[in-house]
Write a protein that binds this ligand. Sequence first.
Ligand SMILES: [Ca+2]
Length: 440
Amino acid sequence: MKPASWCWLSSAVLAAYGLLVVANNETEEIKDETARDACPVRLESRGKCEEGGQCPYQVSLPPLTIQLPRQFSRIEEVFKEVQNLKEMVNSLKKSCQDCKLQADDSRDPGRNGLLSPSPGSQGEADDNRVRELESEVNKLSSDLKNAKEEIDLLQGRLEKLNLVNMNNIENYVDSKVANLTSVVNSLDGKCSSKCPIQEQIQSRPVQHLIYKDCSDYYTIGKRSSDLYRVTPDPKNSSFEVFCDMETMGGGWTVLQARVDGSINFTRMWRDYKVGFGNLRREFWLGNDKIHLLTKSKEMILRIDLEDFNGVKLYALYDQFYVASEFLRYRLHIGNYNGTAGDALHFSKHYNHDLKFFTTPDRDNDRYPSGNCGLYYSSGWWFDACLSANLNGKYYHQKYRGVRNGIFWGTWPGISEAQPGGYKSSFKEAKMMIRPKRFKP
Ligand SMILES: [Ca+2]
């Protein structure tokens, strides 16, 4: 038997023996010397026994030394870690409870009813919800991490690309500049005496790719009044117009003409929309086309009138625009200038500016009891109803009854009562437009 094991055993035996001795009331000392050296546990009697057989004994135990494994020193750290973990768990528990409370608060009652049909399953549902949220949060955080990695990767690539592209562009620009410099230098050398005068170059007419209106044809040198094809809006198809290249510098696009009464102007919305008549004689160009023409450039309007006495007068408006069909071809006219008088802004009660287009079948006028277009046999920007109407009936002479002929309210003597109730008529009327910036 090994001494260490024996020592443990002898200690146990001694303890038992000690008790026995106490029970037998005998004083005895351990005599075994070997045991005494190897294991200094001693049992001694102290003092005298009392009469009742009670004896004092003393057991001396050596100091206890236990060898523990080396890792045992880490137990303190582990303990600390366990403590930390415990705290973390507690804080998580608390935040989970908060979270649960918030979730309960934010859940609307209808949905709540659907999700938890009985109160018993509330806690379970909440736990599930918390678990769901946790897994969602985990997933999101891992997604976020992936996205961040991807962004870093892309950023790196972008920086590389930027560098490459900038170098390419710089090289390209440099080479172009070098080319241009050499061209300019060579031209400079050639252009000392042989080049044409600058003025000659400038006076060459500008070649247009698109002719928006008659003024563009005038600019390239067209001087005869005739039909020309124009494209005021490249998104819409082109169409023919009659160009007046003679009146007041030319370049006019004619919108309307009355010369002999060959065309009936008592027509419906559809006809006024697309236009009708003969462009070389009498016609209405069409509200859609007028809209496109006045939309493409800022236009001025000229109205020319002639009565059967041979009096010719005109009215100029420094702005003219007709809105789209959606806005019922509303009229916008600017300030007046001329000799015929400002019949379109006749008075507060008769003002055609900002009025919508009305035809016998489409009442957009300001006359509440009826349709001015129907009453005056025309399509026009009626007020309630008129101080001007250039689309009225063509009368070859004075006429009686409703004043539904061509009418210009500021014409000299027109409002004076005629003998026999006759009304004056007009021999010719013409409406045409030109860009405000046009210089003939
Ligand atoms: Ca009306």
